[in-house]
Design a protein around this ligand. Structure first.
Ligand code: 2IT
Length: 448
């Protein structure tokens, strides 16, 4: 647990108050473990109740969305926006539509987002929103009506300098289009109060690629710094064939790696000759689930209907890019036993605490999500700059800036881990400390 009596007390209070929010407590515990050292050294943190404040959202908006389905039936969904911390900039973070969305998941994501956004060095606060509405199996018109109903409430709480949402699981170009379209109609101005918009609606080139590409840029830095190596000829496995996973696969291949296995909720495919990522991208244009269709085109590949089988495929590098808590202890053991020495998180908190601990004990290089997957929100920040200044940057310009940001994020995590832990590869602690410092200093400057 924690060394600091202050942190023990704050976390015990929080655990009691939010005992029904396991994902939120998991995310908080990890950050508090990392700042244990700081808290002992710097009495201002306790004196100003920084930790009590930083673990409590500044504001949460909960609302009902009613909409009419194609058969004329009225449907009700629950929705919320968690505006977690605005110390360093306007609230910023994605919107998730998935049946699993609840307060615990929204709060963990918004909490993580606060530190992730801080790491990008851009002026972005932390937020997350979503609904238990599932776009899977709904018609285009149903999705549009739901998105319009969602914005009819949320519009009053967002704005270009107040809160700027984006996509996340279940919220892609189509959903962002409907959400932003309704927002713009209500406000009667082009403010860009959404990122990951379609290019023609003011979106940024390179935003769709940013999280996956950024993840690979971060892994490149890890490989270079800790092993004096590159992606060349590395065997890579990737969970999640959606926006993040497919773009990570594309970039890893471009950098010389061999992506030998990939999964989605329908299963996993394994092919030592390398996965045909162009096929996956093509199938994704018309299907949200693609892996169970892959073997029809490549009968020589191995298919398993169990997505977690991916973690048993021998590899050098594993990139979990699907969702939270997808690598349990068993999978971590299988990865290590099969020679995997580098894990970097493309999703938010895909690794459970037990799996994390196991990786650490077995010296697996670990790139934590709030650093490694920050490329998406970083390019969202660049989209905001382009919208605010009425500019359109080229793909190359955005990609180059993204590359620079990911290198800088790695450097900050690496330096913090050396300075505070004396262990250069402890990027979890490094990311948490570097992310925390900026938010903490800003909160201190702004008073209670
Ligand atoms: O988890 C994430 O960083 C995102 N879903 C992207 C957030 C954003 O505002 O671009």
């Amino acid at each position: 647990m924690f060394k600091s009596a202050y942190l023990i007390r704050v976390f015990a209070d929080l655990s009691k108050r939010y005992q029904d929010q396991p994902e939120f407590l998991q995310a908080v515990e990890e950050v508090l473990q990392s700042i244990d050292l700081l808290v002992e050294k710097d009495p201002r943190i306790e004196r100003n109740a920084i930790v009590e404040r930083i673990v409590e959202p500044e504001r949460m908006i909960k609302f009902r969305v009613s909409w009419v389905d194609d058969s004329g039936k009225v449907q009700i969904n629950r929705a919320m926006r968690v505006q977690f911390n605005s110390a360093i900039g306007p609230y910023k973070g994605g919107i998730r539509f998935h049946h699993s969305v609840n307060e615990s998941i929204m709060k963990f994501l918004a909490f993580e987002q606060t530190f992730k956004n801080s790491l990008t060095c851009l002026p972005l606060g932390g937020a997350k929103g979503g609904s238990d509405f599932d776009p899977e199996g709904k018609s285009d018109n149903e999705i549009m009506r739901f998105c319009q109903g969602f914005i009819l409430e949320l519009y009053r709480h967002i704005g270009p300098r107040m809160d700027v949402p984006a996509g996340d699981l279940g919220v892609g170009a189509r959903e962002v289009g409907y959400l932003y379209g309704m927002y713009k109609r209500i406000e009667n101005e082009f403010s860009g109060t959404f990122t990951s918009k379609g290019i023609e609606s003011g979106g940024s080139l390179g935003r769709a690629e940013a999280t996956g590409y950024g993840l690979c840029y971060f892994v490149e830095e890890m490989l270079k710094t800790f092993r004096n190596e590159t992606f060349k000829d590395k065997k890579v496995i990737i969970s999640g064939a959606g926006k993040v996973g497919s773009m990570a696969a594309e970039k890893a291949i471009e950098l010389g790696a061999k992506v030998i296995a990939i999964s989605d909720i329908s299963g996993m495919i394994h092919d030592e000759k390398g996965i045909d990522i162009e096929l996956i991208k093509n199938l994704s244009k018309t299907n949200s689930i693609v892996i169970d269709k892959y073997q029809t085109y490549h009968p020589e590949s191995i298919f398993s209907p169990n997505p977690t089988d991916i973690w048993t495929v021998p590899c050098d590098i594993a990139l979990p890019c699907a969702t939270q808590n997808e690598i349990y202890l068993d999978s971590a053991k299988a990865l290590v036993a099969n020679g995997c020495y580098l894990v970097a998180e493309g999703a938010n908190m895909p690794t459970t605490s037990e799996a994390n601990k196991y990786f650490r004990e077995h010296n697996v290089l670990f790139g934590p999500g709030k650093a490694a997957n920050a490329g998406g929100v970083a390019v969202s920040g660049l989209e905001m700059t382009q919208n605010a200044t009425f500019q359109n940057w080229s793909f190359e310009e955005v990609d180059q800036k993204l590359h620079g940001i990911m290198k800088k994020i790695f450097k900050r995590c690496h330096e913090a881990s050396m300075t505070y832990v004396g262990r250069p590869d402890d990027l979890i602690t490094g990311a948490n400390i570097a992310g925390f410092m900026k938010v903490y200093q800003a909160m201190l400057q702004q008073g209670v």
